[in-house]
Unconditional design. Structure first.
Lengths: 438, 438
C-alpha cells in the first residue's frame, strides 16, 4: 500500500496516543521482590513512628526537675535503679532523684522526661548503690524522640505509582507490608520486520544486518517498568503477517513493530492495520529522528509502528510508548523526566523539525551541561551506548549555540515528569538568557 | 565486651576497606536477560558498521559523474534499471546514465557512488522504459553511509564494568552476542541483630520496632548490582551468634550485620570477631550518621557491622559496602557518583564531623540544587523515601549557607565515580565562590 503521510507535531502525536491510556491492575508480591517495582497503592502509616517516646542516645533517663539546680559546682546525684535494653520495657515508677540506664531506641520509662547522654555523667558508687552525677540542668523533653515525631499515623509516605527504592522498602517493612501491592507490569510485545534482518546468531551476509532493535527495545521496556516479549519476525507474506499481528495483539497490553514490512516499494503495515480494522492515530511526526512513526489503535489496544532505524526507534519508544506504559503502571508522572541544561556545543544548522539528539549530561561547577555523544547520524548505533539524555532542539529557522539553555530528557531517571508543556517549543528569550549568562 | 573506639576519617576508612577488594568472575547469560547487568568483558566490534556502503535514504543510486552538467534548465535523464530492497544485493554492472531504485539501508550497487533522494526526482516514462530526471549535480560520496562510518572493526564499544543499558543491548545484538559475558553478582548476606526487632509480620509490641533495615539493605544491594540474601536474625546467645556468623560467611561474598548484638551494655559483635580470628579494620568513623560502623576481615572476606539506625545503616552501605561490590563487579568506577550542586538551604550549625544529609536534587535554570528531604534526625525513616542524593557537608568549625557549592552523592546513578578525592574535605574558597555567584 502506498500511503500518503501528513506529519503532525510531536505534542499532538503524544496527545493522540494518551487518549487511549488506561490503568493496569494491582498485584501483591513479597517485599523481598519489591525493589524496582511500582507501588500499586498509597503507602500509609498505620501507626505512629516512633510508636512510643524513645531515647535517641545511650544514656540515662531522668526526671528533668531533679536537675533544676545542677551545675558544675553543685552537681546532683541520681541513683541508677535499673537499666533498659532496646526492646525492653521498664514498668516501675521512677521516684525523685532516680535514673534508669537506657539504650538507644528503648522506651522512656514512665515518670522520666529527659535523657542524659552517657558521656555527660560520672558514675559513682555510694554504700554499694550506683549513682550518676549530673552537672547541668535539663528541661522536660530534652533528648527524647517523641511518639509520632518521625511519622504520624495516617500519613501517606509514598504515593501510588512511586518507584520502590531502598527508602520505600524500609518504610514498607516498618509498616508491616510482608506483601506489597505493586502495579502489574504491562506486557509489551516486540515484532521485528524487515527482510534485511538477520537473527542475532546468524552469520553476516551481504546487504543484511543483525536485528538489534528488538533487544534495544526489550531493554527500554524493562527500564520503563514493563515486561518485554519478543514475538519474532514478520514474514514477507501479507496473510501470514496479518495472522501474526492479530494473534500477537491477544497476548500483550501493547504491541510494537519495528521497521516497515516492505516488498519493493510497498509497506504491508498500513494494509495490516486496515485489515485489522485498526484506527491509525498518525503515521508521520514532525521530528528528527523518528518522523516515520505510526501509532494505531484496535479495540482500545495500542499498536506502535516504530522506525527500523535504531535512533528513531529509540526516540519513538521514549516519546510514545513509555508514557502509556507509565500510565498502565499507575504513575502520576507519565513522561521521561525533562529538565533544563546548558548546551555544551554549537548546533549551527537550523532544522524546521524538532530534533532529539543523543547526549551525555555532565555536571560542571554546579551546572548541568549536555553534549551530543559522538556522531549523530540517524543510523549510528554506537552513540546510544553512552547516552543518558536526549537533547531537545525545537524546530525553527535558527541554530543553537553553546551555552544556550536547552531541555533534556533524562533517560535513566525513574521519577519522570508530569507534563511535556512547552518542551517542544523554542523557549522565548532563551537567547537573551544565554547572553545574560555569558 | 566493652570496647574502646577511636574514630578514623571517612577517607581512611574507605581506604582500609578497599585494601581487601577483589574481582569476581565473569559468567555468560542470554542477551534477553542482560539489561541492568554489568559487562564482564569489553564489547568489541568484530566487523565494520555498516558492513557495506549503504543508502541512508529511500531514493536512487546513481553515478555522480552523469549529473555533472545537470541543472534546473538542463536536467539529465537516468534510466531506472532495477530496484534494491533492504536486504537485497544488486550484482549487475551499472552503465552510463543508469540508476537503481534503492531503499534505506540497502547496499550501494557497484558502479554507483551517490544517492538522490526520492523527493528530489521526477519519474517519467519513455518508450515503456522508466527514467528519472535529476536537476542538480552530485559529487561522488553524496548521501552514502560508508562502510565502517559508524564503527570500525576492533573498536571497544563499551568497557568491561559498564552498566548494560538499551544502547549497549543494541550493540551486543549488532555484534552477535546471543550470549553476553557479565560479571557475576556478588552474594551479600544480611544478618539483623537487636533484641528490639520484630519480624515484618509480627504485631507491634511496646518497646519494639519492625526490622526495616534488612529490607532497605536488600534493595541497596540490588541497586548496587548484587544479590542480597536475608540470613535472619542473630539471637542473644553468644555461641549461637558465633555459629550463625561463621556459617553465614561460608555462603556469601560479603556479610553485613546491622545493629549491635547487645545484652545490657555489652555488644557481642567484637567478641564474635575475636572468636572468628577476624581482623577489625576500624570500629568508629568520624562521620554523621554512621559513626558506629565496624568493618572486619576474615581470610580476605569482609564483614560489615553497620549501625542499627536506618540512616546510619543506609549511609554506611553506600560508603563502605558499595565500592567493594562494584570492584567485585569489575567496574572501574567504584564509588557512588559524586558531583557538585548548589546548597538549597542554610546549615548554620557547624559540626566537627563530616555529615551526609539525605537530600533531593532538583534542576533549576540549568543548575542543580540539593535540599534535605524533610527532617534529618538520624532515626527518621520517612525522609529516605524521596532522597536521591546524600549531601556531603565536610566537618569543620563553620556552618554552610544556601547557595554554597557542595558535593552530592547521586544515589540512583549507575555510572559511578572513579575517585572520592577531596570529597570529604571542605573545598578551599567555597565561600568566595558562593559570594562570587551572589
Amino acid at each position: 500500500m502506498l500511503e500518503s503521510r501528513t506529519p503532525i507535531k510531536v505534542e499532538e502525536a503524544i496527545d493522540r496516543v494518551l487518549r487511549y491510556k488506561k490503568k493496569g491492575s494491582t498485584e501483591s508480591i513479597a517485599i523481598e521482590d519489591a525493589y524496582g517495582r511500582v507501588l500499586g497503592d498509597n503507602l500509609l502509616a498505620d501507626h505512629d513512628v516512633p510508636l512510643f517516646d524513645r531515647s535517641p542516645y545511650d544514656g540515662f533517663a531522668i526526671r528533668a526537675e531533679d536537675t533544676t539546680y545542677a551545675s558544675r559546682e553543685t552537681p546532683v546525684h541520681l541513683e541508677v535503679v535499673s537499666e533498659i535494653g532496646a526492646g525492653s520495657v521498664y514498668n516501675q515508677p521512677i521516684k525523685e532523684n532516680q535514673a534508669v540506664r537506657i539504650m538507644t531506641g528503648a522506651p522512656i520509662p514512665e515518670g522520666c522526661n529527659a535523657v542524659v547522654m552517657l558521656e555527660l555523667v560520672k558514675n559513682i558508687e555510694k554504700d554499694g548503690r550506683a549513682f550518676i552525677t549530673v552537672n547541668r540542668s535539663f528541661s522536660g523533653g530534652d533528648n527524647i524522640s517523641f511518639r509520632g515525631e518521625d511519622t504520624k499515623k495516617g500519613t501517606i509516605l509514598a504515593e501510588k505509582g512511586s518507584h520502590i527504592n531502598p527508602g520505600i522498602a524500609a518504610l514498607l517493612a516498618t509498616f508491616g507490608y510482608k506483601k506489597v501491592p505493586v502495579s502489574r507490569k504491562p506486557k509489551v510485545g516486540v515484532l521485528a520486520t524487515g527482510s534485511e534482518l538477520l537473527a542475532i546468531d546468524e552469520p553476516l551476509q551481504p546487504g543484511k544486518i543483525r536485528n538489534s532493535n528488538s533487544y534495544m527495545i526489550l531493554s527500554q521496556i524493562e527500564r520503563a517498568g514493563g515486561e518485554g516479549i519478543l514475538l519474532g519476525q514478520l514474514s514477507d507474506d501479507l496473510d501470514l503477517c496479518f495472522q501474526h499481528v492479530r494473534s500477537a495483539l491477544q497476548e500483550v497490553d501493547f504491541l510494537i513493530t519495528t521497521g516497515g514490512v516492505s516488498v519493493g516499494d510497498y509497506d504491508y503495515l498500513p494494509e495490516i492495520y486496515q485489515k485489522l480494522g485498526a484506527n491509525v492515530l498518525f503515521n508521520k511526526v514532525g521530528m528528527r529522528p523518528g518522523s516515520v512513526t505510526t501509532v494505531a489503535e484496535k479495540d482500545g489496544k495500542l499498536l506502535f509502528g516504530l522506525s527500523g532505524n535504531p535512533s528513531a526507534c529509540y526516540v519513538g519508544f521514549e516519546l510514545f510508548v513509555r508514557p502509556v506504559m507509565r500510565g498502565f503502571l499507575q504513575c502520576p508522572n507519565l513522561f521521561v523526566r525533562n529538565e533544563e541544561a546548558v548546551l555544551g556545543v554549537d548546533f549551527p544548522k537550523p532544522n524546521p523539525f524538532t530534533r532529539f539528539v543523543r547526549g551525555e549530561m555532565t555536571f560542571s561547577d554546579g551546572r548541568v551541561v549536555a553534549k551530543p555523544t559522538g556522531l549523530d547520524k540517524s543510523g549510528v548505533v554506537s552513540s546510544l551506548a553512552s547516552a543518558n539524555v536526549l537533547i531537545v532542539l525545537p524546530g525553527g529557522t535558527r541554530g543553537y549555540k553553546q551555552g544556550m539553555p536547552v531541555k533534556v530528557l533524562l533517560l535513566e531517571d525513574q521519577q519522570g515528569s508530569f507534563s511535556v508543556n512547552n518542551l517542544f517549543q523554542k523557549s522565548i528569550g532563551s537567547e537573551e538568557r544565554m547572553q545574560h549568562r555569558e
